[in-house]
Design a protein around this ligand. Structure first.
Ligand code: AMP
Length: 304
């Protein structure tokens, strides 16, 4: 079993109704690989940062046994920067600034030792880069992809092309509508599945997630958190928990994907409790297990 992750590593500025954090650690690959590291180690990372990326953030990744052989460091350039602002309804956010910086000319190179990775998570970046990574891999067994409105709007055709090669697409509800041009989520799901992925996960923020697999549907609850400080990275932490659990168990059946959705939701629920990766950088196995069991209890319909 081996898991390869590609995506952004970022310095984010985040504004929520509860506070602001400037140039704090973020990025899709960062959240995904740290979340997945609670299930499988090492996680193989492909990405790029600039000379301004803090050494302590590199140490955090190393501490989680994330293999950085595929991380390029461009000393004379700047790290990807995103500035997001959330409204009082934390499901709504605006991207105020997206500076691609090092990602504008990124040429991902998969090291020889990573080419035989059986599980792959294509985190949110330009779909052309996601495809470039895929073409360097030697017959991966299972491919999960994530994207966001920025790429749906600027690289639609490239994204549709990528979906031909993807087993599971993970997106949120507004992205599913935008990608499919369908207002109804169930019609949107059918249409997106017809683009390639046999499985689609639609995240609905504080309302849980929907897992569509062929003609099956699983409805996962959200964790009833009273204090959500920063939703940034919830989707990526979900994806990391999901693919991390599947690669650990080496079982991609529908039944196991349901469990993986709950593990993904579990890590995501921790992620939003603090800014950046503050909450998910030091989880314990017991915390994860307890919250997983809470999820099972909240969603239990067996006595009805
Ligand atoms: P999430 O909240 O899970 O959707 O992911 C948030 C993370 O995605 C932030 O840490 C950002 O740095 C990163 N991000 C935002 N916009 C982009 C983009 N256009 N491409 C790649 N990563 C992005």
């Amino acid at each position: 079993m081996s898991l390869l992750v590609v995506g952004s590593l970022a310095l984010d500025t985040i504004e929520t109704p509860f506070g602001k954090a400037e140039r704090t650690l973020g990025g899709s690959a960062t959240f995904i690989s740290v979340a997945a590291s609670y299930f499988i180690r090492p996680v193989r990372l492909i990405g790029v940062v600039g000379g301004d990326f803090p050494q302590e953030d590199i140490e955090l990744l190393k501490d989680k046994e994330i293999d950085l052989e595929g991380l390029q460091i461009k000393e004379n350039e700047k790290t990807f920067h995103w500035h997001g602002k959330y409204s009082f309804d934390l499901n709504m956010r605006d991207s105020l600034v997206t500076e691609l910086n090092v990602f504008a000319n990124f040429d991902p190179i998969v090291p020889e030792t990573f080419r035989k990775s059986s599980y792959v998570c294509l985190g949110n970046i330009n779909p052309e880069l996601q495809k470039k990574v895929l073409t360097q891999l030697d017959k991966p067994k299972f491919i999960v992809a994530d994207t966001m409105n920025f790429w749906i709007e600027s690289k639609y055709n490239e994204l549709i092309d990528l979906l031909n090669f993807v087993d599971v697409l993970i997106i949120n509800d507004s992205e599913a509508r935008e990608l499919s041009h369908e207002a109804n989520l169930f019609r949107a799901a059918k249409k997106i599945q017809s683009y390639g992925p046999h499985t689609l996960i639609i995240k609905k923020g504080e309302h849980g997630a929907l897992l569509f697999h062929e003609n099956e549907l699983f409805i996962a609850p959200a964790y009833p958190l009273e204090a959500i400080y920063d939703p940034t990275g919830a989707g990526d932490s979900f994806a990391g928990g999901f693919i991390g659990y599947l690669s650990k168990t080496e079982d991609t059946s529908y039944e196991n994907m349901k469990r993986a959705v709950i593990f993904g939701s579990t890590i995501a629920s921790f992620s939003v409790e603090k800014f950046s990766l503050e909450r998910i950088k030091d989880l314990t196995p017991l915390e994860i297990k307890d919250r997983f069991n809470d999820f099972k209890r909240f969603a239990d319909l067996s006595s009805i």
